[in-house]
Write a protein that binds this ligand. Structure first.
Ligand SMILES: [Zn+2]
Ligand SMILES: [Zn+2]
Length: 676
């Protein structure tokens, strides 16, 4: 058995390690460790942010779990939201989880995902009921405490360990009139509070919002009014996983004499599962297949669909773009957004609203309409949780940094000493003993990006290439080089999606110069004479060198950073050298622009400047450098640079030229994309 936690044996320590869900909303994944036991609580996914081209799913880095998989005793699921269960099917392909305990609805949704991923045989799913206590490994016993949230069948956890009891709230709000009548089991929270709670890990999503979160029931009369007043069809979008909301909408459709058509895979899936398990009671006759929906009068139609976040492929977004095969917007339609945008989705949501309005529909959206309430508790809910559990130590979780800070203030206002509160990041280790809390050495945390197949991992290099393609296009470059290091034909350059002021001739000339530079300065390293007649040339290395050189030049001269693909076609030794255009027509081209001598900032000092004289610093170049073709290369370059004034400008050794900042917008965009 491996034990990488390095804890002092004399002091038994509970280690709690969130691998996701901190400083973000999404991919909640938390590890509990004691001795040789490791238990997981939830394993969610997050959705990609702008710039993560072709990425469908963001998961936490699970190196730590893979390294310690022998110690994993089981997993606890609190509820069925994607940010809590979405990562499980993927993880099951990578490491062993012997058993997963969770509520019926969450496990039913999880089963669908696991079947799709073909991992049904990798674990055992155990359904729990309220107040059930399960034992995980030697050291954990976990009690499921019914709570209230936007999803039905949701739980908080009381985790009893050798150092004390930890309350892990999961996602919650205090809803005293829940749609399904299943109230928060506050008595159990109070019971543990009475017995003594070592530490509380609590949902921070709405820590910045004063007051109580209204009951889910509060949206009922407002939705009812809008549906009753609608002259034509009613189109409603919400999260499919907001089971209570969906149940209410179905109830309202029935009440208002409208039949329901469903659009969107997750909407169909969640409603089917929820009806099957009895979380929604709607008669079969209420539903009409979408193909038959146009046979109904508009006043008897309600369409319920995905797309509340403006997701480009979701039903409502496609309808707004006129791209849906079955549904087109009519001016008499009333379209209701019964959800609020997740931070980051705001722009796509307002764009969808705009497009729908431009098609003439009446669109009801936004906070003032009373058609959405959060599933997460606000400050007063959070205070009530603290009051009931009376924890000695406190760790705010499930939130962005400012929310964690705010939640910490709330806890302090309730008498928890600041020293007893930890604000942590993904990968940080909370070490708890019976009378102390501290931050241990962090474990590896980060993100893994999955593509549409949910199998392929989009690594940092692929993502960077996609960003380059999307933002600056691609340049392909074909070079013909003989095995004795001679450029045998002019390079052929092709541009796709590249916006540039430079004409293709100039680009081709630059390419020629980069190839020349590589042949002159790098050929000896890239070419091994193994004794035989033909030397052994590292063509991939040649390509790479040319790509890097041209990349730097384009960044410097044009402030663009397209993806560059260089292909070399080898020619036999002895092929005559192509006589470069640089020799032929030296003076017709304009001089390089003023920034020519400066170096793009991104590569810092790692570029070719460190290895050899720079191409355009003619003065520095040793005359003895290898000649290529008919003319020594430095002569050709000199001609190519053009006017003497420009030579002076670029040849000046320029210490100030080291870090030319990129346009701020681009730097910021890329960074945020990479950081997620
Ligand atoms: Zn949730
Ligand atoms: Zn959540």
């Amino acid at each position: 058995m491996t034990s990488s936690n390095g804890q002092k044996p004399q002091q038994p320590t509970l280690r709690v390690i969130p691998l996701g869900g901190l400083h973000e909303i999404g991919k909640n994944t938390c590890v509990f460790e004691y001795g040789d036991d490791l238990m997981l609580v939830d394993a969610g996914l997050a959705f990609p942010s702008d710039g993560m081209h072709g990425v469908n799913v963001v998961l936490p880095d699970t190196s730590y779990l893979r390294e310690n998989q022998k110690r994993i005793r089981g997993m606890i699921v609190t509820h069925g939201h994607e940010d809590h269960i979405g990562g499980i099917p993927h993880h099951l392909k990578n490491f062993n989880i012997p058993v997963i305990y969770g509520p019926r609805l969450a496990l039913s949704l999880l089963t669908g995902k696991m079947e799709e991923a073909g991992v049904m045989d990798r674990t055992v799913l155990q359904t729990i009921a309220p107040r059930d206590v399960v034992k995980v490994g030697q050291h954990f016993s976990v009690e499921f405490i019914r709570n209230t949230h936007s999803m039905a069948d949701s739980f908080s956890l009381a985790i009893t360990t050798p150092v004390g009891t930890v309350i892990f709230t999961g996602d919650f709000k205090f809803d005293h009139t829940p749609v399904d009548g299943e109230t928060f089991d506050m008595a159990r929270l109070a019971h543990h509070g009475e017995q003594g709670v070592l530490c509380l890990f609590s949902d921070s999503t709405n820590a910045e919002v004063p007051g109580f979160t209204p009951s889910e029931r509060a949206v009922f009369p407002n939705l009812d009014r809008h549906i009753a007043q609608a002259e034509g069809r009613v189109i409603i979008t919400t999260f499919a996983s907001s089971i209570h909301r969906v149940a209410m909408i179905l109830e309202l459709a029935l009440k208002n004499g409208r039949k329901v058509g469903l659009l969107g895979r997750s909407m169909l899936n969640v409603i089917a599962k929820s009806r099957e398990l009895g979380y929604m009671r709607a008669p079969d006759e209420l539903f009409v297949p979408i193909k038959q929906i146009r046979d109904l009068p508009d006043r008897e139609t309600l369409l319920l669909m995905t797309g509340s976040q403006g997701e480009p492929l979701a039903a409502l977004s496609r309808i707004s773009r006129g791209e849906h095969p079955q549904v087109q917007v009519k001016p008499s339609d009333t379209i209701i957004f019964s959800a609020s945008p997740i931070p980051g989705n705001t722009i796509s949501v307002v764009n969808t609203v705009d497009r729908l309005m431009m098609l003439g529909a009446k669109v009801i959206y936004g906070k003032g309409e009373g058609i959405h309430v959060s599933g997460h508790g606000c400050q007063e809910d959070q205070k009530l949780m603290l009051a009931l559990t009376r924890p000695r130590f406190f760790v705010p979780v499930h939130g962005e940094h400012r929310m964690l800070q705010c939640h910490s203030k709330t806890a302090q206002s309730m008498g928890v000493p600041a020293d007893n509160i930890l604000i942590i990041d993904n990968g940080d280790v909370v070490e708890l003993t019976a009378d102390s809390i501290r931050k241990g050495d962090p474990v590896k945390a980060g993100i893994e990006l999955l593509d549409a197949s949910r199998n392929g991992i989009v690594d940092a290099r692929v993502l960077k290439e996609r960003q380059q393609l999307a933002e600056d296009g691609v340049i392909t470059l074909l070079a013909v080089i003989s095995t004795d290091g001679v450029m045998a034909a002019p390079p052929r350059v092709n541009l796709r999606g590249v916006v540039t002021t430079a004409d293709p001739r100039k680009l081709s000339l630059w390419a020629e110069r980069e190839i020349g530079w590589v042949l002159e300065n790098r050929w000896n390293q890239l070419c091994r004479h193994s004794g035989g007649k033909a030397p052994d040339v590292d063509w991939v290395g040649v390509q790479r060198e040319v790509e890097v050189g041209l990349q730097r030049r384009l960044r410097r001269e044009l402030q663009v950073e397209p993806l560059i693909i260089c292909l070399v076609q080898p020619a036999p030794a002895g092929t005559p050298a192509y006589k470069g255009r640089a020799d032929v027509e030296p003076d017709t081209r304009p001089a390089p622009r003023g920034r020519g001598g400066r170096d793009g900032g991104r590569d810092g000092g790692r570029g070719r400047d460190d290895r050899a004289p720079r191409f355009d610093r003619q003065a520095d170049r040793a005359p003895a450098a290898a000649a290529i073709g008919a003319a020594p290369i430095h002569q050709r370059e000199l001609a190519a640079i053009g006017a003497p004034a420009a030579v002076a400008a670029v040849a000046k050794p320029a210490p100030e030229a080291v870090a030319e900042p990129e346009p701020a917008g681009r730097t910021r965009r890329r960074r945020s994309a990479a950081a997620g």
